[in-house]
Ligand binder design. Structure first.
Ligand SMILES: Cc1ncc(COP(=O)(O)O)c(C=O)c1O
Length: 447
């Protein structure tokens, strides 16, 4: 078995997704209705999601079978390789072993397609005609655009305005795959109109774009909403990443000491790390590190509280580490990490001290990205580079550990950000304390 790049056969594409809810030491605090503040029931979610996904959202089953149609589509790029970063190790002169799981090999260039295909599939089965969604840097939007194309669904995407202009080619991907893309805040929804009335120059945020997409689906009978992160069923679909990684490490006789993933809403980090939770519970020394931007530090500086998942308070209230649903982060290049909250599962694990979190500023992140690109060759997405930065810092401890991180996406459409970094034009936004304090004042009173 080659230990430097572990490729699994197609038959090793996982047959089931892993549901961590079955193994949590304490149950997850329930989501609440945004209007009544009462625990949410499956029918409350029916205007937004098909019943199959709602059932997955609340399922207590440890294993949820992956339908054959989805496994067949996963064959386009799965199983993805696990690669040992030997050249980076040599450059760092470290005794640590560094591995990365390469999720950038999907057609859309990131991990997001794992859930996009599943969500489009269940919506198609339920007779839905159109899906609406939000996207930050465009990774999620492009994945859903392709998934809708595969299943013959229409796709309407609200793209955070700062990214709409920063990442024109991700927008082109969505167009190639047949989606309609609106810069958000837009005039297409009441939520967007309200934001623009208050601030015509609003750069947008994931919280605002979610409000627009939810409103669009809730006000059209033939449409449903699709979320690229945060929710339990999204993390569930992403567990194919961690399940394959476990198998690959086993095959080469490795046991991880440190697992690292970047966090936006938390599906990348969750999908990669949750399948290792049984190991974590048996071995507290296994470290699991979530990495986020200093400009949007929900896990490291947020409050563990019930908050709205979106700016216009249309999405359910969930207990999470939040910076406040009105918080609009600076327009950093890691657009996919500009979310005010976190997945309830990730927040719960953080609260139980089963995971740790770290935050980095953009230039520190891009220094890590350059070192990776100049040794390993692959050019990472700015989001992914947060994990790389943390992996490099762990490896610098030179303590012989096995470090594994998720290479969530490539940066081929982020070259303007690299140009800015190389030209010394990238701004660092330190912990935005006053803005967070102000946004946290607007947390809903619950209970
Ligand atoms: C390449 C890449 N990695 C990671 C993330 C963060 O994903 P999540 O929201 O699932 O935490 C994103 C989000 O868009 C992304 O594009």
């Amino acid at each position: 078995m080659d230990k430097e790049r572990v490729n699994l056969p197609l038959t090793d594409i996982p047959a089931s997704w892993y549901n961590v809810l079955a193994d949590l030491p304490k149950p997850l605090p329930p989501p609440l209705h945004p209007g009544t503040g009462k625990p949410l029931t499956p029918p409350d979610l029916a205007p937004l999601f098909p019943m199959a996904l709602i059932e997955q959202e609340v399922s207590p089953e440890r294993w949820i079978p992956i339908p054959p149609e989805i496994r067949e589509l996963y064959k386009i790029w799965r199983p993805s390789p696990l690669v040992r970063a030997t050249r980076l190790e040599r450059a760092l002169k470290t005794s640590c072993r560094i591995y990365f799981k390469n999720e950038s090999v999907s057609p859309a260039g990131s991990h997001k397609l794992n859930t996009a295909l599943a969500q489009a599939y269940y919506n198609k089965l339920a007779g839905v005609r159109r899906l609406t969604t939000e996207t930050g840097a465009g990774q999620w939007g492009s994945a859903l655009a392709f998934a809708c194309q595969v299943f013959g669904l229409e796709c309407t995407i609200y793209m955070v305005k700062s990214s709409y202009h920063q990442k024109p080619y991700r927008r082109s991907l969505m167009h190639v795959w047949g989606a309609k893309v609106h810069p958000s805040p837009s005039r297409h929804t009441k939520s967007g109109q309200g934001i623009l009335a208050a601030d015509p120059e609003s750069p947008g945020s994931l919280g605002i774009a979610i409000s627009e997409a939810v409103e669009d689906a809730a006000t059209h009978d033939d449409a449903k909403y699709s979320l690229g992160s945060v929710l339990n069923h999204v993390l569930l679909h992403q567990t194919v990443i961690g399940l394959e990684t476990k198998r690959q490490l086993e095959l080469i006789g490795e046991k991880p000491d440190v697992l690292i993933g970047c966090v936006g809403g938390g599906s990348n980090f969750g999908g990669f790390s949750l399948p290792f939770f049984p190991e974590k519970l048996a071995n507290p020394k296994l470290r699991i590190i979530a990495v986020e931007p200093s400009a949007c530090p929900s896990l490291t500086k947020g409050q563990y509280a019930y908050d709205y998942g979106d700016t216009a308070k249309l999405a359910p209230l969930v207990k999470m580490y939040t910076l406040g649903h009105t918080f609009v982060p600076e327009g950093i290049h890691a657009g996919g990490l500009r979310y005010h909250g976190t997945a309830p599962i990730v927040a719960h694990l953080m609260h139980l001290k089963l995971i740790e979190a770290k935050a980095y500023t953009q230039n520190a992140v891009f220094e890590g990205a350059l070192q990776f690109a100049r040794t390993e060759g692959f050019i990472p997405a700015p989001e992914t580079s947060h994990a790389i930065r943390a992996a490099i810092d762990e490896a610098r401890k030179d303590d012989g550990k096995c470090i594994v991180f998720n290479y969530s996406g490539h940066g081929h459409f982020d070259m303007a950000a690299y140009d800015d970094h190389l030209a010394g034009k990238l701004e660092d936004y330190e912990h935005p304390e006053a803005k967070i304090k102000e946004a946290l004042r607007h947390l809903p009173k619950v209970g």
